[in-house]
Ligand binder design. Structure first.
Ligand SMILES: Cc1cc2nc3c(=O)[nH]c(=O)nc-3n(C[C@H](O)[C@H](O)[C@H](O)COP(=O)(O)OP(=O)(O)OC[C@H]3O[C@@H](n4cnc5c(N)ncnc54)[C@H](O)[C@@H]3O)c2cc1C
Length: 472
C-alpha cells in the first residue's frame, strides 16, 4: 500500500511537522501503529514518523501469522489450547534464555490485544499449527488491512502520521528523552518517544556485527529496516538481548524471484530431502526450519535443493504458502524430470551423486534402518518418511533467508528501554522487532507479529501515561 499515491483514502497523513507532541512513535509497522492508536485512545496527541514513503515495514511483507492462545477462533475450530501451554512452549522454544517477565507479560495481555484488534475490525482466517506450537495457534490475518484499520481509528482520535520522515537522533536533556531530530535536521519535541523501527534484516553492516554466520544468507524485510532505532537507543546506552540467536529461515527460493512471497516452501515437511551441491543430504529435515537454515548456510556454495516426488507434490496446497509447490511449478521455480538421473543432471550435481543419495535414503526406509541424520518423522512429531520413487521428480533450489532479527533493545514490562545497568532511559519506550528478551534462543512462529501487536499497544499506552507538558 502506498500513501504517496493516495491509494488508501482516510489515513491521517500529516505534512507539517509540529513543534511538540504528546507521544512520538517512530516506525509504521504493526508495533508503531498499535502504539499510535493506544496512545490516542489514552487521550494523547500522538504522531508517527515513518522513514519511507510507505507504511507497513516488514509487517505487510509477512505471512501475517500471529500466535495467540485461548481465542474464540480456536474454540470454533475445536482446538484445545491454553495460555499456560503457550507459556510453557515459549520458554521451551526459547531454551530458557528468554526473559520470563516478558513471556508472562505476553501471556497476560495477548488475548486482550487479540480482542482489541478484532474490535477495530481485524479478522483472522483458519488457524494452523507451526513451528514451536504444541497446539495450532497461528492466526492468519491480512496485515495491510490491519494497519489501515489501526491508523484510521487513530486518526479519528486526532493522531497523525508523516511519511518520508526518517528519525536520525534521539534528543536527551541528561535525564530523559525529549524528542527526535530528523535526518534533514528538523526537530520535534515529545513527552515520550516509542521506538518501533523494526529489526535490521536489511542492514548488512549490523548483520555482520551481530550475526556473521548470515553473511551469505538472503535478506528480506521492510526497505527501511536498517536498525536506525537500535543505533539511536544504543547511543544513549541501551542494553541488548538475544543477539546471539539471530536465525535465518530455510526454503526461500535461492535468488530473487517475483513469485517468491518471502516465506519460501518447506517440501521437506511433506517428504522431500534436502541436498547440497555435492548431491548429499546434510540435516534431519524434520527439524525446525531455522535449524535447517543454519545447516544449509554451512554447505558449500550455500544453495541447496529440496528434492521430492509425485507423492509429495500431491500434498501441495497453495492456500498454505510453505506448501505452495504447485504454484511454484507454475511459476517455473521447480526443476522437473522423469528420473532421478535426469533431475541430477538438470540441477548440475556430480554424476551419480543424487542417484546414490536417493537410493540409500529409500533403502533405509524400506529396510526399517535408522536414518543417518536421525529423521524419524516429517515435521516435528508428525508424518513418516516415504521413499522418493514416484515420478515425476522435482527440485526446488533453496536458500536461507533472514526475515527478522529476533533480538534487540532491553525493555522492562512497561516497555521502557533499559540501559546496560538495567535503569530505564527516561521516557523512551520500544516495541516490536526492535526489542530483545522475549524470544530467547528460539522462535515460535507467529510471535514476531504477535509481540508487535501486544507490546506495541502496551508501549503506546504506557508512554501516554507519562506526565505531559503539552496542552491540546
Ligand atoms: C517475508 C516475511 C514473513 C514473515 N512472516 C511472519 C509471520 O507469519 N509471523 C510473524 O510473527 N512474523 C513474521 N515475520 C516477521 C514480522 O513480520 C516482523 O518481525 C514484524 O512485522 C515487525 O513489526 P514491527 O512493527 O516491529 O516492524 P516493521 O513492520 O518492520 O516496521 C518498522 C517500520 O519502521 C520504519 N523505520 C525504520 N527506521 C526508521 C526511522 N529512522 N524513522 C522512522 N521510521 C523508521 C521502517 O521503514 C518500517 O516501516 C515475517 C517477516 C518477513 C519479512
Amino acid at each position: 500500500m502506498s500513501l504517496r499515491d493516495g491509494a488508501v483514502p482516510g489515513l491521517p497523513v500529516e505534512t507539517e511537522l509540529p513543534e511538540r507532541v504528546g507521544v512520538l512513535v517512530l516506525g509504521a509497522g504493526l508495533a508503531g501503529c498499535a502504539a499510535l492508536l493506544a496512545a490516542a485512545e489514552a487521550g494523547r496527541y500522538a504522531l508517527l514518523l515513518e522513514k519511507t514513503g510507505e507504511i507497513g515495514g516488514s509487517t505487510v511483507k509477512s505471512a501475517g501469522l500471529s500466535a495467540f492462545a485461548g481465542t474464540d477462533e480456536q474454540a470454533e475450530q475445536g482446538i484445545a489450547d491454553s495460555v499456560d501451554l503457550m507459556r510453557k512452549d515459549l520458554l521451551e522454544v526459547g531454551k530458557g534464555r528468554n526473559d520470563p517477565a516478558l513471556v508472562d507479560l505476553y501471556c497476560e495481555h495477548q488475548l486482550d490485544a487479540h480482542r482489541w484488534l478484532k474490535g477495530h475490525g481485524v479478522r483472522y482466517g483458519e488457524i494452523h499449527a507451526a513451528s514451536g506450537q504444541s497446539a495450532p495457534r497461528s492466526h492468519p490475518a491480512d496485515t495491510t488491512r490491519m494497519l489501515e484499520l489501526l491508523l484510521k481509528a487513530a486518526g479519528e482520535l486526532g493522531a497523525r502520521i508523516m511519511c518520508d520522515a526518517p528519525a536520525a537522533r534521539l534528543l536527551h536533556d541528561g535525564s530523559r528523552v525529549t524528542g527526535v531530530r530528523l535526518a534533514d535536521g528538523r526537530e520535534v519535541r515529545a513527552d515520550a518517544v516509542v521506538l518501533a523501527t523494526g529489526g535490521f534484516s536489511m542492514n548488512p553492516e549490523l548483520l555482520a556485527a551481530f550475526a556473521p554466520q548470515m553473511e551469505h544468507a538472503l535478506r528480506q524485510g521492510g526497505d527501511g529496516n536498517e536498525g536506525d532505532g537500535l543505533k539511536m537507543a544504543m547511543a544513549l546506552g541501551a542494553g541488548l538481548r538475544d543477539t546471539p540467536y539471530i536465525k535465518g529461515t530455510y526454503g526461500h527460493y535461492y535468488t530473487e524471484h517475483p513469485d517468491e512471497d518471502g516465506t519460501g516452501v518447506l517440501a521437506v515437511y511433506k517428504g522431500a530431502i534436502a541436498v547440497n551441491r555435492e548431491g548429499r543430504r546434510f540435516v534431519d529435515e524434520s527439524k525446525n526450519y531455522k535449524e535447517i537454515g543454519d545447516a544449509a548456510l554451512a554447505q558449500p556454495g550455500v544453495t541447496t535443493w529440496q528434492v521430492f516426488d509425485a507423492r509429495t507434490m500431491a500434498q501441495a496446497n497453495d492456500e498454505v504458502p510453505i506448501y505452495g509447490f504447485g504454484g511454484r511449478e507454475r511459476a517455473g521455480m521447480l526443476l522437473k524430470a522423469d528420473t532421478i538421473a535426469a533431475l541430477e543432471a538438470a540441477i548440475g550435481l556430480p554424476e551419480g551423486s543424487l542417484r546414490r543419495t536417493v537410493a540409500e535414503y529409500n533403502a533405509a526406509i524400506e529396510q526399517g534402518r535408522p536414518d543417518p541424520f536421525g529423521r524419524a518423522r516429517l515435521s516435528g512429531g508428525v508424518g513418516r518418511p516415504a521413499p522418493i520413487d514416484r515420478p515425476p521428480f522435482y527440485a526446488h533450489p533453496s536458500g536461507t533467508v533472514v526475515l527478522a532479527t529476533y533480538c534487540g533493545l532491553t525493555v522492562d514490562t512497561r516497555m521502557r528501554v533499559l540501559d546496560w545497568w538495567g535503569d530505564p532511559i527516561g521516557r523512551l519506550y520500544a516495541a516490536g522487532e526492535i526489542t530483545g528478551g522475549f524470544h530467547g534462543a528460539g522462535y515460535m512462529t507467529g510471535t514476531s507479529i504477535g509481540k508487535s501487536g501486544v507490546f506495541g499497544r502496551l508501549a503506546g499506552r504506557n508512554a501516554a501515561a507519562e506526565e505531559s507538558e503539552l496542552q491540546w
